[in-house]
Design a protein around this ligand. Sequence first.
Ligand code: 4AD
Length: 443
Amino acid sequence: MLPNSIKQVLRQGAKSNVTVYGHVKSVRHSKNVGFADISDGSGKSMAAVFKDPSKFLEAYPLKVGQSIAAVGRVTESRGKGQEYELLMDSVKIIGDVPDSYPIQKKKINVQTLRSLPTLRHRTQTLASVLRLRSTLEARLSKFFVERDFIKVNPPVLTSSDCEGAGETFKVEKSSEFFEKDTYLTVSSQLHLEVLSQSLSRVWTLTPCFRAEMSHTNRHLSEFWMLEAEISFIDDVQQLTNFVESMIKSVVANDIPDLIDSRFDPKDREEISRRFELMRGQWNTITYSDAIDLIAKYMPGEANVVWGDSISTAHEKWLAGSHFKSPVFITDYPQEQKPFYMPKSKIFDESRPTVACFDLIIPEIGELVGGSLREWQLDPLKQEMLSRGMNIDDMQWYLSLRENGTVPHGGFGLGFERLVCYLSAMDNVKDVIPFPRVPESCTC
Ligand code: 4AD
């Protein structure tokens, strides 16, 4: 049997002869009574009380950071902020710490914590972010299961560069091993397209790798992408409606632990505000409308014209200042997007656009990118040739269009960006356990 987590101990309520396992978060005492906070990362900490502090601490020299097994009686708490407390009789110090143990009670900023990759998740805030990741994944799984989606496992090693962006990590010696160059995947889309034509609706949450030298607070070299691919759809609005209901389903209920983990009341308010904003009204505009709005109303951007790319600053302004909501931008210029996107429903030869969308949100910018996929062989082949792509290498992908082809579409959501937004953290580096970014892959 496993030892009870602190959450389980607290659920059991008042009880004698209980052992609580965890790390010491704080120790303080007056003349007659002492207090220690014990946390095991399960989401709740245990307030432990001891009498006769000088004698108790001589027998059990408690220090912040030690791992301990505390034995005592769980009773209703007389203190504020918790329902139960542990009246400690004895403590076993399992793992001691040096005096220099860096995660003390006082607040440490997240930048400093990044230099402590093996300890930083012992802080309340970063531990709550990892629990948020886990909760979101569980809520997303439920959402997909309820809609008859199959979770699939696409490969990490691939011989094709999905987006054609050339930002791949090449695998060493793969040409000798596989008789082909291989890369770490930048997106599972093409493999999901294959699987969606057998299983109709598929999704996955997998690591993706991009060798972009981007030093921003929203780019990682290794990040997790949630991707879905859906058969028998032929309208971008079917995708945008689906994405909206998916995200609304994960924010439908607050996550109290996430809010409680923050010391600063402003952070707590901000988290609640962001959940609320996600539950509210969303907007949809075309790329052309977005460009018009930016040129007309965004300060200093009057020179922006059709064909320009919509920058992160533009996205943040549109979602954060102009609409104050998540916004779908649809029908981007064809030349800004990859080869597999079909023409927009309403197509203008003079301004060619494709049937796609980005979801942009305040503070972050782009959260999701998706599109219908060109499902007919000839136009797909033609587009690939016109972009100078090697058709032979992509025969496996093209063959789908010759064997019972199906109209379909899908999307990819940057999981860290969603976690970052909902936890009101400033940088995606702080919402993934071990961030990999240019010039940094520490352990
Ligand atoms: O817009 P992207 O590049 O779309 C694709 O890769 C499609 N093939 C997905 C699909 O349709 N199945 O990436 C999707 C999302 C972005 O909107 C962004 O949120 C996230 O992935 N993303 C990153 N997140 C962190 N670090 C990076 N370097 C990211 N690059 C993209």
